[in-house]
Design a protein around this ligand. Structure first.
Ligand SMILES: [Zn+2]
Length: 123
């Protein structure tokens, strides 16, 4: 059976093996809805998305380049850690692992805003 994921879970773990805590923090960020949006380019094999910083109200842009073996080839993040690996990268990897399947050529995802105050207007 072939995997339906464009990204292998093992490759995520391999990529973050020097700092396994980042995977746990990334998972946490996904569960907290910190991945605000994501786009996948099936031709270039690039996942990009915006991840909310844990402390401040800021978004960091994360880009993940995959290779044809469904492994992480290159990752970048606009966060303060610069070229080092960070949990924003882990968060987008995990989010991508769960949401992108091989049948997706090019797709975008947007998470809903947690606050829906706008509903109140008009009453
Ligand atoms: Zn980062």
């Amino acid at each position: 059976m072939t995997s339906k994921h464009v990204l292998n879970l093992s490759s995520i773990l391999e990529f973050f093996k020097d700092d396994a805590k980042l995977v746990a923090r990334g998972e946490n960020a996904v569960e907290s809805g910190h991945v605000k949006d994501m786009a996948f380019d099936g031709e270039l094999l690039i996942i990009c998305g915006n991840v909310l910083a844990s402390m401040r109200d800021r978004l960091y842009k994360v880009e993940i380049k995959l290779d044809t073996d469904k492994c992480i080839e290159e990752v970048s993040c606009t966060g303060p850690r610069g070229q080092l690996v960070c949990h924003h990268m882990a968060a987008l990897s995990i989010f991508g692992y769960h949401n992108i399947s091989v049948t997706d050529i090019t797709c975008t995802w947007k998470s809903r805003k947690p606050h829906t105050n706008a509903v109140q207007t008009g009453f």
